[in-house]
Design a binder for this molecule. Structure first.
Ligand code: AMP
Ligand code: ZN
Length: 315
């Protein structure tokens, strides 16, 4: 990570990380404090959290979600976590990631709730994908299932805000995908804060949205956070991973470019310089089965997945 001859800007000890975009090198003692300060600033800048919020952190066992949980606990927030066991067997992916999340919780005396998709609904996500057949890739199903369970758990548990670990590389890759295909609806909604603007919807925030993936990895490493390093086996080859590579090439040539791409987008939207219209406002109503808000008549996309007689489609 660091250059062995580089010295920490704050204390002069050997640097552990050099951040070209900030022209800043820091040692393993000064870095965590700096990182937490940056996250705190992001939280303030976007009005993400209030001191009395009941926070639910969605943790996957990876570096991003465990790091954001770590930072929030250290900043004094009341933050519990939710781990969703998707039942992905490849190389023990789900088991390994769950162990990481639970061990982290135990070490800090914090609460990590677990929802197992198979225990609750009868099938793991890969089993569900298999049953639904063609057109249902594990990744898109998994996204739908995670969003539904996270939102439902936060709402029913009385949490005032749901935190995810999305970092700047994630956000920039999604932004790139959405601009390359000009998706006004997605561009309108891409934001560090999503308000709970309907009954049954949890407010969602992304406190790491201005931190680079390698900065988060360095934080986890320096703080001794034991996380699952593998990508989900189903995500290998995903398009967003390719966009991340392209953005990193850009960053290599022009440090800060990746952050600029994302932050200027937010700024331009916020100032009204660019506007994306979400499309017609479609009225939300409660799903007949689970009660979560949906635009679909009758059952929401999640509940339709579990119906045995139809080819549940996403939407
Ligand atoms: P991903 O969709 O895998 O890129 O993950 C984005 C964010 O969703 C992570 O930073 C976590 O906050 C959350 N997340 C992902 N997987 C899980 C999971 N199995 N259980 C709970 N939260 C998760
Ligand atoms: Zn439903």
């Amino acid at each position: 990570m660091g250059n062995s001859r580089m010295k920490c800007r704050k204390c002069g000890r050997p640097a552990a990380i050099n951040m070209r975009r900030h022209k800043l090198a820091l040692c393993d003692e000064c870095y965590p404090a700096w990182f937490r300060g940056q996250v705190e600033r992001t939280i303030r800048q976007f009005g993400m959290l209030a001191p009395d919020d009941r926070v639910l952190v969605a943790v996957s066992g990876g570096k991003d979600s465990l790091s954001v949980w770590d930072v929030l606990l250290r900043l004094g927030y009341h933050a519990e976590a939710l781990y969703i066991d998707l039942g992905i067997p490849d190389g023990g992916y789900s088991t390994e990631s769950k162990v990481r999340a639970l061990r982290f919780a135990e070490a800090r005396g914090a609460v990590c709730h677990v929802v197992s998709v198979r225990d609750r609904y009868g099938l793991s996500v890969p089993e569900l994908a298999m049953r639904r057949g063609r057109g249902h890739k594990v990744c898109s199903l998994c996204g739908l299932v995670k969003r539904h369970i996270m939102n439902g758990f936060a709402w029913e548990g009385g949490f005032s805000v749901l935190v995810t670990g999305h970092n700047l590389d994630d956000e920039a890759a999604v932004l790139m995908q959405n601009t390359l295909t000009w998706q006004p609806g997605y561009l309108a909604r891409q934001s560090p804060v999503l308000p709970a603007d309907s009954e049954g919807l949890a407010r969602k925030v992304k406190p790491l949205c201005l931190m680079y993936e390698r900065e988060v990895a360095a934080y986890a490493l320096v703080c001794g956070i034991d996380y699952i390093q593998d990508e989900c086996p189903h995500a290998v080859g995903a398009r967003t991973l390719f966009y991340k590579e392209i953005l990193n090439q850009l960053e290599q040539r022009s440090p800060g470019a990746k952050a600029y791409f994302f932050t200027q987008f937010l700024r331009a939207k916020q100032s009204g310089a660019i506007r994306f219209v979400e499309g017609e406002e479609v009225a939300l109503h409660a799903c007949e089965r689970c009660g979560q808000p949906t635009t679909a008549p009758g059952l929401c996309a999640f509940c339709r997945l579990w119906q045995s007689d139809t080819q549940g489609d996403e939407g």
